[in-house]
Each structure stands twice: as C-alpha cells, then as structure tokens.
Design a protein around this ligand. Sequence first.
Ligand SMILES: Cc1ncc(COP(=O)(O)O)c(C=O)c1O
Length: 494
Amino acid sequence: MPTTNTDTTAKETRPVIGWEQESPVPDGHRFNSTLHVNDGRLLFDDLDLSQILANGVQIPGLERSLPSPLEIVYLPIIRRQIDKMNNIFAEAIVEVDYDGRFYYTYASKANAAEEVIRTTLGAGAHHEMSSTVDVNIARIMIRRGLLTPDRLVVCNGFKTVGTDYAQNIIRLKQEHANVLPVVEDLAELTPLIASGKPFDVGLRQKTYGPNLTEEQMEATDSRFGLNLENIWKAADYIAAAPNLNLRLYHAMVGSQILNKDAFVDYLTPGIEVYARLRKRYPTLNIFDFGGGMPAPLTLNFQFDHHAFAVRLLQTLKETCQRYSVPVPHVMGEFGRFTTAEHGAHLFKVISVKENNSRFPWYIIDGSIMSSFPDSWCLGEHFICLPLNHLDQPFQQVRLGGITCDSDDVYPPKKSNSPLFLPVEAKDLYLGFFGIGAYQEMLGGVKGSKHCVLPEAYELLVDRAPSGEHQFQILRGQTPADVLRNLGYQPEEST
Ligand SMILES: Cc1ncc(COP(=O)(O)O)c(C=O)c1O
C-alpha cells in the first residue's frame, strides 16, 4: 500500500537503507532495535538469519536449513508493536489527564495472513476491515474464539446497497454484537437501516492531507468519506433510524506523516466537526484518527509517537472543552505500524556483473519488484543489509532481481540513497527488512508472478513462553504449482 510521505515541514533527508561505508561493520553494531551484528553475521532479534539459509547449520528448534529466497514472518514483533502503542497512549492519557480510553485497532489490509490476524487478536487488538472476504476472516476468528465479544470490528471500505460486503456485514452482526460499520457514502445507510439490526455506526469525513480549514476540507478531492453537508445529513438519518446509533467519527488524513505536529494539525478540522456533532448527538463517543501512524521502514526513521499521542489528546481535550462536550475515546487503525517490521525477505547473491556500470550489479535469486511492489511503483525504500560477511570491506552496488525486467532493481531508480554490500559476494546473503506491511498483499500470495518465478518458502517464527524460538515452515511453490496456476494440466507440468 502506497506510502504518502506528506511531511511538508521537515528538512529533505534521504532514506538510509543500509550500511553506507566501505569499511566493515564493527562487531556488535546495532542498526536499529531489532538488527545487530555478531561475529560478521546479522541477527534479527537473536535469530541468526544467514544460518537459517546456510546448509548444514543447526538452529535449535529448526530441523533443517531452508532454501533461498526465504520469507521470515517474526510474530513477536507484532505483539511488541501493539504493547508499545497501548503503553504510549496509556502514559499520554495520564499525562494529559484525559478522560477517555484508547482503542488499538489492527487495519487488516496491511497484512491479512492467518498468523498475523491470530497474533493481533491474541495481543488484544480490535479489528478493522475493508472488504467482504475480511468478514469471512473475522467469522473464522470468532469461531476459533480469538475474536472475542469485547472486540470492536470496524468495517471501512465501500459497502453500498447490493454489495456482498454490505450483506456480509449484516450477517456478521448476528454472530458478533460489536460490529461498527463506518459510512463512506450516504447510500451505505440503506442496507443497514433495512436490516433492522441494532448497529452502532461511524461516519467518515471527506478529508485527506493538509486541510487546515473547513473550506479546504470541503474542497479536497478524495473518493473517501462524506462532505460536511452529508455528514450532518447522515447523522440526522441515523438519529431517525430506530436501529442505528451514531458512535464513531472517522478522520483518516494520510499515511506515514512523519511530522507529528503536521499529523495533528491535519486532524484538527475533523476534531472541530467531531465536537459540534457530539453536541447534537450524545451517543457519539469515539474519535478514530484512522491509519497513517508512521513505522520505521528505513534506518534514519524518526517519529516521536509519545509526543504525537500527547498533542492529539491535548487538542481533543481543548476542543471539547471549548464546545462543552465530553472528550471522546480515541481509536487508531494501525496497519503499517503493526506489521511493517515483522516481515523480512532473504535472498542469495548469485552473480556479480560489472558491464561498464558505475557500480557493480549484484544479482539476487528473486524479484525485488514483485516482492516489494512499493519500491518499484512508488520508489519506496526499505532496509537492505547483508546477512553475512559484515566483517569484510563493503562497496557501493546496485541490486538486480532475477527477472528480465529493467525495473527490477534496488535502490529504486530515482533514489539518492546508496546501497553498500560486502565486496566478498561468494555465498553472500542479504535481507530486506520493514517489508511486512502491504508488500505481500500487493504482490499477491501464491498465484503466478512476474517471469513465472515460484513463490519463496516462508518461515514463521514465534517464541514459546519459556523464550525459545518456535518455527513453522510453509512450503514455497514448486514449478508444477506455477504451471497449474497458469492453466497447464498436471501431465504437462514436468
Ligand atoms: C481506512 C483505513 N484505515 C487504516 C489504514 C491503515 O493505514 P496504515 O497502514 O498507514 O496504518 C488505511 C490504509 O490505507 C485505511 O485506508
């Protein structure tokens, strides 16, 4: 999913995506809170990644080494992120003396894999969804006892009359009382009213980015949400409907907004509208700032989440005081923040080519563009580090994927960020980090990929309560799987 860095005030800095020197990386060096160097090898938490790929090396709990390329799905990071944000808001609530609670909601569009949803729910997150199959996922989680009755299920996305999604939400309501559809369009109210079921509903405002006045908010060109006139109309219809109850105001303003003050400023017109609505409709009691919470995709990422939370709560409190209404509970829908860092994708360098290029081409055994589509189509940067030979000299290089596509390169074509990797390229492995949100969903899971490359193996990693790693291997695609997907019959797929 697209990252729009809408930071208009911070100085232009280029993303730091790896080691930027020719000298080896000192032993013990920490790149960030998860990645550090030990004896020339890269550890992810305490997981020695190159050893997972190297033949014949024993990792306790993992019965065999795995083929490259390999996806790593590291579930403890998801729990860590949820706990971290819950703690940040708990502290901010005390600091601001804020009389409301915080709802951490996982935006499932960032990564809807079973292990991810099971982990977010297990960590106590509420659940946000955007399409009809998401409802099926929620129902599976209800049956498994993971989506418990206390959890809010927030239904965003388009769900007008006659869509499967609208019908499926109404069905879900029979199994789970806490379903909260957020209205994007007046027409979405019709199936909810017609269902006769007692729904709490939300209203999504039409705004995106820096709309610092109501006029600017109204002038926004956005396919999401309702303009002010329709917000008030929808609130009136909801009040008049015997089965609907206005509960939530949704004000998503962007994605990866790296300036905390700008983020809160963008939300401010919505906070004013919230307070005015709340005066007329006392059932309204949640302000949902949507997604957009920045997550570290690169090594020079900086965002003060605590300061953001404090400023947001202060602004809500001050605005609500001015209108003499109680402060709302606060909800965030965290997609990238929850999942970006839990995913890594490992490759082997299979060839080095000079070809008169300014920097040598290191060719890897997979595709960059189909593994991380945002790097190709949006020029997004992710961390890229060697997994071994970190104690050797480095040189500036460019990476090429194994496809025949001229866009299958890294750093992205227009990037100013240098990529350094060890000069010793024999048996060199590397990893992309920060790729756990959106990239896999955009590239597709299974199916057939660019240049008919089979999908990599996946290694799910978790921790037992006693601390040791638990592994689950998900088999990658075979050539026969790929051929079958493309319509070739089994007898032809040899
Ligand atoms: C309505 C809504 N909520 C939440 C999100 C998640 O955003 P993020 O991944 O930036 O947290 C999105 C992303 O597009 C969204 O559209």
